[in-house]
Design a protein around this ligand. Structure first.
Ligand code: COA
Length: 378
């Protein structure tokens, strides 16, 4: 192999062609589109169910198509008894993301058509996984809290039904809309780490559940989906806007990262999702009289002052989730609930035009060493 430059973290490497989302910088502004539709339009005018349809089928549904799709999702919400048994048996201290990936793996073991990859079968598996993610998360949370399970209802939207199953009461329309928009904003983001991993797994022709398990494991890291949880820890530590500047300055002086800031793709430009979520966080905090948005704003101001870094989507997710009464350790799971249609669309795209993803490494270790038999090694 000829000597090629190593691009650390695969930064700016174009690894494949995709028709799912477009991220581009135009005149200093970041454009994000799902299947050609601007994220701002989708966030403001669409619903999560409609965006799932768009990502899976390639275009926006007609009215009757959306109606049917919503029913198909709602009918797939309930969990098989084996999965409820699993949720009951896992230790209560298990991280909810470990619960989610273990449940996905178990769902794979229950699927008699595990290895079938026709488009029709992939869509069936996709609808089932999208529908079941909220139920797995809400059921496990209620089980660990010693509360009764609230079965899913056919009547509510994806977002409202989740909040209903989690809290045991129907959410306000503001809360429903807030979660719905948050899920839309998280639904897809090109070759982020978890989606890339899902595609690598799909490129080996592994089954869909295996690909989703790989993605779920990858999302959990604090540099990816786990960031919102770390942001919440920071918000609690800072507690009041007037302590933000001192906190940020000290952290940066110690060479530490401030969670919820910086982005591999949106360098020096505002992440459009963060901008939209900021508006939502503000509205929700005012309505729920929550302090976290004000603390967030003070932190963002200080981070910009000392490091010229802008917030990313996870930064404002924290105050949105807190205002919705979602426990901190479920934050990554909400991200997964949003990202699952994106993962599935990429897995299908990979299956449909597959080439094994297998890059090379530049070897920098020792070479040509003499093998010394075990008896002579000291
Ligand atoms: N806090 C403080 N400094 C940060 C930072 C942060 N959150 N993110 C990046 N930087 C700094 C780095 O220290 C580096 O500074 P230097 O040039 O003075 O050494 C510079 O910005 C470039 O960072 P780099 O590590 O090359 O960026 P990356 O593209 O590899 O990393 C992230 C991208 C997202 C992993 C990174 O910004 C980060 O760790 N953010 C916090 C975690 C987070 O919010 N993740 C969610 C992403 S949606």
């Amino acid at each position: 192999m000829s000597e090629k430059e190593v691009l650390e973290g695969l930064e700016d490497v174009i690894a494949l062609e995709s028709k799912i989302s477009r991220i581009e910088l135009v005149d200093g502004t970041a454009i994000l589109e799902y299947r050609g539709y601007d994220i701002r339009d989708l966030a403001k005018k669409s619903t999560f169910e409609e965006v799932c349809y768009l990502l899976l089928y390639g275009d926006l549904p007609k009215k009757y198509e959306l109606q049917d799709f919503k029913i198909e999702l709602a009918e797939r919400r309930e969990l098989p008894p084996q999965i409820i048994g699993l949720l009951t048996h896992l230790p209560q201290y298990t991280h909810p993301m470990v619960v989610l990936r273990t449940s996905v793996s178990y769902l794979g073991s229950l699927d008699k058509k595990l290895h079938e990859k026709s488009r029709e079968e992939c869509l069936e598996k996709s609808k089932s996984l999208i529908a079941k993610f909220p139920t797995i998360i809400a059921y496990f949370h209620r089980i660990r809290m010693g509360k009764n399970l609230i079965p899913p209802t056919l009547e509510l939207s994806h977002a409202a039904n989740f909040l209903y199953m989690l809290h045991g009461e129907e959410p306000s329309s503001t809360a429903e809309r807030a979660l719905d928009m948050d899920l839309i904003l998280h639904a897809e983001h090109e070759l982020n780490a978890s989606t890339f991993v899902a595609r690598v797994a799909a490129s080996t022709l592994a089954d869909m559940y295996a690909c989703v398990v790989a993605a779920t494991g990858t999302l959990m890291g604090p540099l990816h989906g786990g960031a919102a949880n770390e942001v919440m820890k920071m918000l609690r530590e800072v507690a009041t806007p007037r302590r933000a500047e001192e906190y940020v300055k000290k952290k940066l002086e110690m060479g530490e990262r401030i969670m919820g800031f910086g982005h591999r793709v949106y360098r020096n430009v505002m992440d459009p999702r963060a901008e939209l979520l900021r508006g939502l966080a503000k509205k929700l905090s005012e309505e729920k009289e929550s302090i976290w948005f004000k603390v967030s704003e003070a932190i963002a101001e200080a981070v910009y002052k000392y490091k010229k870094l802008l917030p990313n989507i996870d930064f404002y997710s924290a105050s949105v989730y807190a205002a919705l009464g979602i426990p901190d350790d479920l934050f990554v799971n909400i991200f997964a609930m949003g990202r699952i249609p994106g993962w599935l669309a990429h897995i299908m795209e990979q299956y449909e035009n597959n080439r094994l993803i297998r890059p090379r490494a530049k070897y920098i270790g020792e070479k040509n060493k003499e093998y010394i038999p075990l008896t002579r090694r000291e």
